[in-house]
Ligand binder design. Structure first.
Ligand code: NDP
Ligand code: HSE
Length: 433
């Protein structure tokens, strides 16, 4: 073995170039931590002709085989994104006895259990701190520091792009499209930002967190999901009047041995810690039987914070390489029932646009009452520039998701109802079933 620890990158885009820059800038400090220098030996990209400032052209390759044939490359850092070929490349690296560090939440959400098993069988590590919460340490604390707890709930803001957007829309009245473009320019968004704004990225991250927090396998498609594209400025304004802010909340609970998992724009009471997590910040709140409630907060996206997490894993794996340490035991994930949204209980915010006529409110209240949904508060607003139209904003006490869906169907069919503007869950005082 040479005097250095060989490293290869798969991907040198937004995050990969940040990782390479930090490896150069902090080479001396990292060498001191590991006991040997880290040496970047290969950088795999799609477009081999594109100029890559700071990367020697001799390192660039388009062929994973070149990396796997190089016995000096001990750690592979996957920063390509997307499911394939990233998943297949990770698997090939693990099977070839390479430690792998990845920031890829899609792969870890869809195939993490299987890949961790393969890593274990081949005596190597698969590390993924950067896959959730950008620069926030959360994978390592759940894997180690909180292990003695039975974790019962995870409540998180785990998408930097949407939190940046919702904050700017609430605090500056910013326009949705403008603020999305800003988040993209700052390097927060996924290559296809639909993954951010439709809650897909957050559902991948929540699936990863469920695996660690509850040791259960939850597939992303089992997570009830709603993005922020349907949030109107009026919803943000009404929420504020009610004493709430709207956040894209990822929530998972273990209830009677079953899992409830959702990613939805949610009204969060202003006094809750998560309501104050603004801009690109993310936060993950964990509830455990021993520790009570802990909150991890920090920058959730961007090249610097993400490189911080990626490189922590690289240094960890490099220390293992130098010490010749074997990976820890692998505990396969349990399979439990994941409750459909109809069985979730929550308080709800409803915004309904109606004809402003006698008896309309009574009919809507009746439909909610028939479904056993109790109204907690109600406000009627006149719609500016639309005479004869009113906007009704209700909040409810805890109700079953299925009952609410039924009542909304009845209300939507009423001739006096113009539009169901929005139906959003409200956080706080979780319901006991
Ligand atoms: P980019 O799209 O900026 O970069 C992707 C890189 O991978 C590019 O260098 C690209 O090559 C290369 N690549 C993509 N597909 C292939 C392929 N088939 N073969 C070879 N090379 C390929 O993505 P990001 O850097 O923004 O994201 C990387 C990962 O980090 C993703 O998994 C993302 O979810 C994750 N992440 C991102 C965060 C953020 O703040 N943006 C935060 C945390 C995680 P080329 O340059 O030639 O196009
Ligand atoms: N697009 C992701 C976000 C990157 O905005 O949170 C961090 O995973």
């Amino acid at each position: 073995m040479s005097g250095s620890v060989g490293v290869a990158l798969l991907g040198a885009g937004n995050i990969g170039s940040g990782v390479i820059a930090a490896l150069v800038r902090s080479a001396g400090r990292y060498a001191a931590r590991v006991g040997r220098p880290l040496e970047v030996r290969h950088v795999l990209v799609r477009d081999m002709l594109r100029p890559r400032p700071g990367v020697a052209s001799g390192l660039i390759t388009g062929d994973l085989g070149v990396i796997l044939e190089d016995a000096e490359t001990r750690i592979v850092i996957e920063l390509m994104g997307g499911e394939e070929p990233a998943r297949a490349y990770i698997e090939r690296c693990l099977r070839a006895g390479r430690h792998v560090v990845t920031a890829n939440k899609e792969v870890m959400a869809k195939a993490g259990g299987e890949l961790l098993q393969i890593a274990h069988e081949h005596g190597v590590r698969l590390l993924y701190e950067a896959s959730v919460g950008g620069g926030i340490p959360i994978i390592a604390p759940l894997s180690r520091d909180l292990l003695a707890n039975e974790v019962t709930a995870v409540t998180a803001i785990i998408n930097g792009t949407t939190n940046y957007m919702l904050t700017a829309m609430a605090q500056q009245g910013a326009d949705y499209e403008d603020v999305l473009a800003e988040a993209q320019a700052l390097g927060y968004a996924e290559p296809d930002p639909t993954a951010d704004v439709e809650g897909i990225d957050a559902s991948f991250k929540l699936a990863v967190l469920c695996g660690l927090a509850f040791n259960v396998a939850v597939a992303p498609e089992q997570i009830a999901r709603q993005g922020i594209s349907g949030i109107a400025a009026v919803d943000i304004a009404y929420a504020e009047q009610l004493g709430y802010v709207i956040k894209l909340l990822a929530r998972a609970r273990l209830v009677d041995g079953e899992v409830e998992a959702t990613v939805q724009p949610t009204l969060v009471p202003v006094e809750e810690p998560l309501a104050k997590v603004d801009g690109v910040l993310n936060a993950v709140q964990i509830e455990g039987d021993l520790v009570g409630r802990v909150v991890f907060e920090g920058p959730g996206a961007g090249p610097g914070p993400t490189a911080s997490s990626v490189l922590a894993d690289v240094l960890d794996a490099a220390q293992d390489v130098v010490a010749g340490r074997a990976p820890l035991a692998f505990v396969p994930r349990r399979t439990v029932r994941v409750r459909p949204p109809e069985e979730h209980r929550s308080r709800y915010y409803l915004r309904i646009t109606v004809q402003d006529r006698p008896g309309v409110l009574a009919r809507i209240a009746q439909a909610l009452g028939d479904a056993q949904i109790s109204i907690a508060s109600f406000i009627q607003y006149e719609v500016e520039g639309a005479e004869g139209t009113a906007e009704l904003v209700f909040t409810t006490h805890h109700a079953d998701g299925g009952a609410l869906r039924g009542a909304i169907g009845v209300i939507e069919a009423m001739d006096v109802v113009q539009e169901i503007g929005n139906v959003l869950p409200m956080a706080g005082e979780e319901a006991a079933r």
